[in-house]
Design a protein around this ligand. Sequence first.
Ligand code: HEC
Length: 291
Amino acid sequence: MRHVIPAWIRIAALLLIIWGGTEFLIDSGDKLAIIEYPMLQLALAIVLLFLISAELIIAAFENILFKSLSDEAKERYMEAHEKRMQKYDLKRLYRKLAGTRPLSEEGELELDHNYDGIKELDNKLPPWWLYSFYASIIFAAGYMFYYHILDGASQEMEFEQEMAEARLEVEEYKKNAPDLVDAETVVLLTDAAELEQGAQIYQTNCMACHAADGGGGIGPNLTDEYWILGGGIKNVFHTVSEGGRSGKGMVAWKSTLKPSEIQQVSSYVLSLQGTTPANPKEAEGDLWTQE
Ligand code: HEC
């Protein structure tokens, strides 16, 4: 067997097995062990070198042994080798699977009719074809029984079912992933810690234009009930995320802030409603009433 597989395949296969073994034995979490522990790469490289040298040494030994044989023994060795190789001859295996008979046997196969010089051979069906055909018959019987007699789920039913499951999963995921909030699903936060986070974001990013207390400056007053772009958490979230009217100076913050942060700062902005800033800017926009 050893002689049939080329040395490089033997080495590669052994290396793969050893690597697979280490991956199996070493617990490295989600990552591959060789990525988590770079030392392993070195170890595998050494193993590779070792395997190569082992192959080289064995080959050299065989060579020396072969040369030390008498001529007759050499011949016998070669014969045995040939036989061994024949056992694993791919071409023969292929011929067997394809069921073809050599051209020399054509005479036996010929049918005795002759159409204007066109002759017909009676070749056997190739075994690979024949057995796949039988397998397909068995499969068809099973298929018919399951889907047409036992009422197995049709593709459409399976699709509907999977979609329903997926929808549930998405809902579940959205509940636990705050960064998936958008202007449609956003709700006003009232939790003190969340508002504190919002205040911090506000002080870092918004104060320059809307004043520390929301009284307004370059941007409009955020403490009154008048809104240019609409009040309420959904509109405010949308404005902060997508920006104001173009050219007015209010940029879209969605590239800087995460959705959860926009929700926090929007909630904070709305918590300023009704407070009295030091230098309130005159009201702009329309009086906002909750629908
Ligand atoms: C560069 C100055 C600037 C910065 C910084 C800025 N804004 Fe604005 N903001 C404006 C301007 C100008 C407008 C008016 C936009 C319009 O008229 O379309 C505005 C509008 C708004 C509105 C809508 C007001 C309304 O009446 O509809 C909200 C809400 C708002 N900003 C919140 C924020 C938040 C929150 C931040 C920080 C994340 C922020 N802004 C940072 C300039 C700014």
